[in-house]
Design a protein around this ligand. Structure first.
Ligand code: BG6
Length: 486
């Protein structure tokens, strides 16, 4: 179904995010007929590009980032007709009149400003949009992480954006929430009766959330070295996944019902401070080793700073202090240059209370529900069954396997396709509310401070492995193992 007519204005229109993600995502939605004929995409940057030059750059971006068999020539041509460009100096005065003139043509449409620029510009751009009278009641603004570097700076960004836009107009993207399998978590939990009665500390022993990457910092060292894995991945993506796993069933699927429940989880996280950070967290930094295409340099040489203490790996034992989850550790782990690209949520159920089988039957393993977010999206439920054959009662651990690629022969859309159209539809369910972002920082800040105050450096790990051995010790101390190495 096509959305209502809109103008999408992309600040940072000639930047990496626009070319790599936003324009390809919009093209896919265009190809599927979801963008109405009058829908326009207006790129903005300081660079002096004409409409034609920007269309040529967009064509190139589609060639690079949309597979050839999904790029019909007529669709590319008609998509390019939607593309416009206005040169605007976000920090100065040049170009705002032209932008106002272009937008005037579509003044009754939905208007969305996508700020695909550094967060230091969010406040300035929003204020200027307000002063120029470009914010109509049907206007939305889209911002993306990093929303701040800590709680205080996140509040400052939220205040600045909030001084011009009402919270109902602000769309804070966490692209993990747009991933198919992440949304499937809600379908799995709340579309089935099977799991909910077991979804608590009586039946679940522990949960693991893993986001492993094989890539390094990929030319983003300048940003990454001031951020690190805790702020880059845990504060947002991993905590959002944790919320979806741990939240109470919302009464409805609407934005505030879902976000209220996520917020309660964030507020129930047991604080990690200087007194317990050493026993509940591990940070690592990769050294030279193996990457996807052969040998790769260590992190310090990639960012050209031998002394950097920035972590490229984090493992955390988190706890949620509420009735449902008390006593159930949530082991969070993410890192760059790990052994595989793999994101999974692993729910480990408690062992059976008593075995009726004799020793010869083999070891009994715990049931596990593994939700694979990427790659090879799917759900696996690990069970004990009888090994077929006449050899007596021998048990085997096997997965009930649901691979999305095999079950559904459809292309899995990129997160941005879903999220951008949700902005136009005015659906905030998959976007982070201000209080969620701030609650997440409130839990992250003391961890970052504890690390800052510690004289220890992040533990080294060889690129292409599963991180420092201290992370194995973190979970094995408690009698569990990381799922990928099990
Ligand atoms: C981004 C981080 O938010 O997510 C990157 O800034 C990271 O460092 C990326 O590589 C991972 O996203 P995905 O969708 O590739 O898992």
């Amino acid at each position: 179904i096509a959305v209502d007519p809109f103008d999408l204005v992309v600040f940072g229109g000639s930047g990496d995010l626009a070319y790599r993600k936003l324009l390809p995502a919009l093209f896919q939605r265009h190809s599927d007929g979801q963008i109405p004929p009058t829908g326009r995409i207006i790129g903005i940057s300081r660079r002096p590009l004409s409409d034609d030059e920007y269309r040529a750059a967009t064509r190139k971006a589609l060639e690079e980032h949309v597979p050839a068999d999904e790029r019909q020539p007529e669709a590319v041509e008609s998509f390019l007709q939607r593309i416009h460009f206005v040169t605007v100096d976000a920090m100065g005065d040049a170009g705002w009149d032209q932008l106002a003139a272009v937008l005037e043509e579509g003044k009754d449409r939905i208007r969305a400003f996508y700020l695909a620029v550094g967060p230091e510009l969010f406040g300035t751009i929003c204020k200027r949009l307000g002063q120029e009278g470009l914010v109509t009641p049907e206007t939305r603004v889209i911002i993306e992480k990093p929303i701040g570097h800590d709680l205080a700076s996140a509040c400052a960004v939220n205040d600045a954006v909030g001084s011009v836009f009402d919270e109902s107009q602000i769309y804070r993207i966490d692209h993990y929430l747009g991933k198919e399998t992440v949304q499937n978590l809600m379908a799995l939990r709340f579309g089935n009766t099977l799991f909910e009665p077991l979804w608590n500390n009586a039946s679940i022993e522990h949960v693991q959330i893993l986001v492993a990457e094989t890539l390094g910092v990929e030319g983003r060292g300048g940003y990454y070295d001031t951020s690190g894995a805790l702020r880059d991945m845990v504060q947002n993506h991993i905590l959002q996944l944790l919320c979806l796993v741990a939240m109470e069933p919302p009464a409805h699927m609407d934005a505030d019902s879902v976000r209220d429940e996520k917020l309660k989880v964030l507020r129930s996280l047991v604080p990690i401070t200087e007194t317990n950070a050493a026993s509940t967290t591990v940070r690592g930094q990769y050294r030279a080793g193996a990457g996807p295409g052969g040998s790769v340099p260590g992190y310090t040489s990639e960012v050209e700073n031998q002394d950097t203490k920035t972590e490229t790996f984090v493992a955390i034992k988190a706890e949620i202090g509420n009735w449902r989850w008390a006593g159930v550790p949530f082991y969070l782990r993410t890192g760059k240059r790990l052994a595989a690209r793999m994101s999974e949520i692993i729910v480990s159920f408690r062992p059976i209370p008593h075995s009726i089988f004799d020793q010869g039957a083999g070891a009994l393993q715990q049931n596990k529900l593994v939700i694979r977010l990427q790659p090879d999206e799917g759900v696996r439920l690990w069970l004990m069954i009888k090994d077929p054959g006449p050899g007596g009662m021998r048990l085997r651990y096997v997965p009930l396997d649901m691979s999305f690629a095999q079950a559904f022969k459809v292309r899995s859309p990129d997160a941005y396709e879903r999220l951008i159209l949700d902005v136009i539809r005015g659906n905030q369910t998959l976007f982070m509310r201000r209080d969620e972002v701030e609650a997440a920082w409130r839990w992250i800040d003391p961890i970052a401070e504890a690390w800052d105050h510690s004289s220890e450096r992040p533990k080294g790990y060889t690129a292409g492995t599963w991180g420092p051995s201290a992370s194995v010790a973190l979970i094995e101390r408690e009698g569990h193992t990381w799922h990928d190495e099990a």
